[in-house]
Design a binder for this molecule. Sequence first.
Ligand SMILES: [Zn+2]
Length: 183
Amino acid sequence: MGMLAAKLLSLPLPQTNKRLLTIVETDGCFADGIAVSTGCELGHRTLRLIDFGKVAATFIDTAEERAIRIAAHPDSRSRATAYYESAEKSRWHGYLHAYQIMPDSALFVAQPVHLQFSLDMLISKPTHRVVCSACGEEIINQREVIIEDQVLCRGCGGQAYYTWSDQAFSDTLPAAVIGEVIS
Ligand SMILES: [Zn+2]
Protein backbone atom coordinates (compact mmCIF):
# COMPACT_ATOMS: atom_id res chain seq x y z
CA MET A 1 0.00 0.00 0.00
CA GLY A 2 2.87 2.35 0.82
CA MET A 3 4.48 1.58 -2.54
CA LEU A 4 1.24 2.39 -4.35
CA ALA A 5 1.03 5.67 -2.45
CA ALA A 6 4.57 6.50 -3.58
CA LYS A 7 3.57 5.84 -7.19
CA LEU A 8 0.32 7.85 -7.04
CA LEU A 9 1.88 10.82 -5.26
CA SER A 10 5.16 10.61 -7.20
CA LEU A 11 7.17 10.65 -3.99
CA PRO A 12 10.32 8.66 -3.28
CA LEU A 13 9.49 6.35 -0.38
CA PRO A 14 10.53 5.50 2.23
CA GLN A 15 10.98 9.19 2.76
CA THR A 16 13.94 10.81 4.45
CA ASN A 17 12.13 14.07 5.18
CA LYS A 18 8.71 14.95 6.61
CA ARG A 19 6.87 15.68 3.37
CA LEU A 20 4.49 12.72 3.55
CA LEU A 21 2.07 12.42 6.44
CA THR A 22 0.14 9.19 6.72
CA ILE A 23 -3.03 8.54 8.67
CA VAL A 24 -3.56 4.84 9.32
CA GLU A 25 -7.05 3.57 10.13
CA THR A 26 -6.01 0.68 12.34
CA ASP A 27 -3.13 -0.26 14.59
CA GLY A 28 -1.30 -3.58 14.58
CA CYS A 29 1.11 -5.03 12.06
CA PHE A 30 -0.60 -3.18 9.18
CA ALA A 31 0.46 0.11 10.75
CA ASP A 32 4.01 -1.18 11.23
CA GLY A 33 4.14 -2.17 7.54
CA ILE A 34 2.98 1.28 6.49
CA ALA A 35 5.62 2.88 8.72
CA VAL A 36 8.42 0.79 7.17
CA SER A 37 7.31 1.27 3.57
CA THR A 38 6.70 5.03 3.83
CA GLY A 39 9.25 6.10 6.41
CA CYS A 40 6.41 7.83 8.28
CA GLU A 41 6.83 7.43 12.02
CA LEU A 42 5.05 8.47 15.20
CA GLY A 43 8.38 9.78 16.45
CA HIS A 44 8.64 12.09 13.44
CA ARG A 45 4.97 13.14 13.77
CA THR A 46 4.40 11.90 10.23
CA LEU A 47 2.26 8.88 11.18
CA ARG A 48 -1.12 9.30 12.87
CA LEU A 49 -3.75 6.78 13.93
CA ILE A 50 -7.46 7.42 13.52
CA ASP A 51 -8.78 4.07 14.62
CA PHE A 52 -11.63 2.99 12.34
CA GLY A 53 -10.51 -0.64 12.54
CA LYS A 54 -9.93 -0.67 8.77
CA VAL A 55 -7.07 -1.78 6.59
CA ALA A 56 -6.85 1.65 5.01
CA ALA A 57 -4.68 4.73 5.15
CA THR A 58 -4.65 8.26 3.81
CA PHE A 59 -1.38 9.52 2.39
CA ILE A 60 -0.96 13.28 2.43
CA ASP A 61 1.67 15.13 0.42
CA THR A 62 1.98 18.14 2.73
CA ALA A 63 3.94 20.15 0.17
CA GLU A 64 1.24 19.90 -2.49
CA GLU A 65 -1.68 19.42 -0.04
CA ARG A 66 -2.84 16.37 -1.97
CA ALA A 67 -4.35 13.40 -0.17
CA ILE A 68 -5.08 9.90 -1.39
CA ARG A 69 -6.91 7.29 0.63
CA ILE A 70 -6.04 3.69 -0.14
CA ALA A 71 -8.06 0.81 1.27
CA ALA A 72 -7.92 -2.93 0.90
CA HIS A 73 -10.22 -3.90 -1.98
CA PRO A 74 -13.37 -5.53 -0.55
CA ASP A 75 -12.75 -8.51 -2.85
CA SER A 76 -9.01 -8.76 -2.31
CA ARG A 77 -9.25 -11.85 -0.10
CA SER A 78 -11.49 -13.78 -2.46
CA ARG A 79 -9.42 -12.67 -5.46
CA ALA A 80 -6.28 -13.93 -3.73
CA THR A 81 -7.47 -17.51 -4.15
CA ALA A 82 -6.84 -17.17 -7.90
CA TYR A 83 -3.17 -16.48 -7.12
CA TYR A 84 -3.01 -19.03 -4.34
CA GLU A 85 -0.31 -21.68 -4.68
CA SER A 86 -1.73 -25.01 -3.53
CA ALA A 87 1.78 -26.08 -2.56
CA GLU A 88 1.91 -23.42 0.15
CA LYS A 89 2.44 -24.65 3.70
CA SER A 90 -0.71 -23.02 5.03
CA ARG A 91 -3.54 -20.77 3.97
CA TRP A 92 -1.69 -17.87 5.63
CA HIS A 93 1.36 -18.54 3.47
CA GLY A 94 -0.92 -18.86 0.44
CA TYR A 95 -2.39 -15.41 1.05
CA LEU A 96 1.06 -13.98 1.71
CA HIS A 97 2.32 -15.29 -1.62
CA ALA A 98 -0.82 -14.10 -3.45
CA TYR A 99 -0.63 -10.57 -2.01
CA GLN A 100 2.98 -10.29 -3.20
CA ILE A 101 2.13 -11.00 -6.83
CA MET A 102 -1.39 -9.58 -7.19
CA PRO A 103 -1.68 -6.33 -9.20
CA ASP A 104 -2.50 -3.15 -7.26
CA SER A 105 -5.92 -2.94 -8.90
CA ALA A 106 -6.89 -6.33 -7.47
CA LEU A 107 -5.63 -5.48 -4.01
CA PHE A 108 -6.55 -1.86 -3.40
CA VAL A 109 -9.04 0.91 -3.95
CA ALA A 110 -7.36 4.32 -4.21
CA GLN A 111 -9.21 7.60 -4.25
CA PRO A 112 -8.23 11.27 -3.86
CA VAL A 113 -9.86 12.78 -0.76
CA HIS A 114 -10.41 16.15 0.91
CA LEU A 115 -9.49 16.28 4.58
CA GLN A 116 -12.29 17.23 6.95
CA PHE A 117 -9.90 19.07 9.25
CA SER A 118 -7.15 21.63 8.96
CA LEU A 119 -3.86 20.09 7.92
CA ASP A 120 -2.08 23.00 9.60
CA MET A 121 -3.80 22.14 12.88
CA LEU A 122 -2.90 18.48 12.55
CA ILE A 123 0.73 19.34 11.95
CA SER A 124 0.47 22.24 14.45
CA LYS A 125 3.39 24.14 15.97
CA PRO A 126 5.76 21.72 17.69
CA THR A 127 7.25 24.53 19.79
CA HIS A 128 3.87 25.65 21.15
CA ARG A 129 3.47 24.93 24.89
CA VAL A 130 0.75 25.94 27.36
CA VAL A 131 -0.31 24.71 30.78
CA CYS A 132 -3.80 23.42 31.55
CA SER A 133 -5.45 25.80 34.01
CA ALA A 134 -7.28 22.88 35.69
CA CYS A 135 -4.76 20.04 36.09
CA GLY A 136 -1.53 21.97 35.66
CA GLU A 137 -0.15 19.55 33.08
CA GLU A 138 1.75 20.89 30.09
CA ILE A 139 0.08 20.66 26.69
CA ILE A 140 2.21 20.65 23.55
CA ASN A 141 1.45 20.78 19.81
CA GLN A 142 -1.60 23.12 20.18
CA ARG A 143 -3.82 20.36 21.57
CA GLU A 144 -5.44 22.63 24.19
CA VAL A 145 -9.08 23.67 24.14
CA ILE A 146 -10.40 27.06 25.23
CA ILE A 147 -13.61 26.90 27.27
CA GLU A 148 -15.00 30.10 28.81
CA ASP A 149 -11.62 31.78 28.30
CA GLN A 150 -9.88 28.96 30.20
CA VAL A 151 -6.98 27.09 28.59
CA LEU A 152 -7.71 23.42 29.26
CA CYS A 153 -6.27 20.08 28.21
CA ARG A 154 -8.67 17.85 26.37
CA GLY A 155 -9.10 15.67 29.45
CA CYS A 156 -10.22 18.57 31.63
CA GLY A 157 -12.19 19.96 28.70
CA GLY A 158 -14.59 17.01 28.75
CA GLN A 159 -12.81 14.69 26.31
CA ALA A 160 -11.06 12.45 28.86
CA TYR A 161 -10.74 8.79 27.96
CA TYR A 162 -10.28 7.86 31.65
CA THR A 163 -11.69 8.59 35.09
CA TRP A 164 -9.59 8.67 38.22
CA SER A 165 -9.40 5.41 40.12
CA ASP A 166 -8.94 4.96 43.88
CA GLN A 167 -7.64 1.46 43.31
CA ALA A 168 -4.14 0.90 44.67
CA PHE A 169 -1.45 -0.33 42.30
CA SER A 170 -0.68 -3.12 44.75
CA ASP A 171 -1.03 -3.97 48.45
CA THR A 172 2.01 -1.85 49.23
CA LEU A 173 1.55 1.06 46.85
CA PRO A 174 -1.22 3.60 47.41
CA ALA A 175 -3.31 4.88 44.51
CA ALA A 176 -1.59 8.25 44.11
CA VAL A 177 1.96 7.10 44.57
CA ILE A 178 3.53 9.44 42.03
CA GLY A 179 2.19 12.71 43.32
CA GLU A 180 -0.78 14.66 44.43
CA VAL A 181 -3.60 14.83 41.90
CA ILE A 182 -4.80 18.39 41.39
CA SER A 183 -8.58 18.59 41.23
ZN1 LIG B 1 -6.06 19.42 32.35
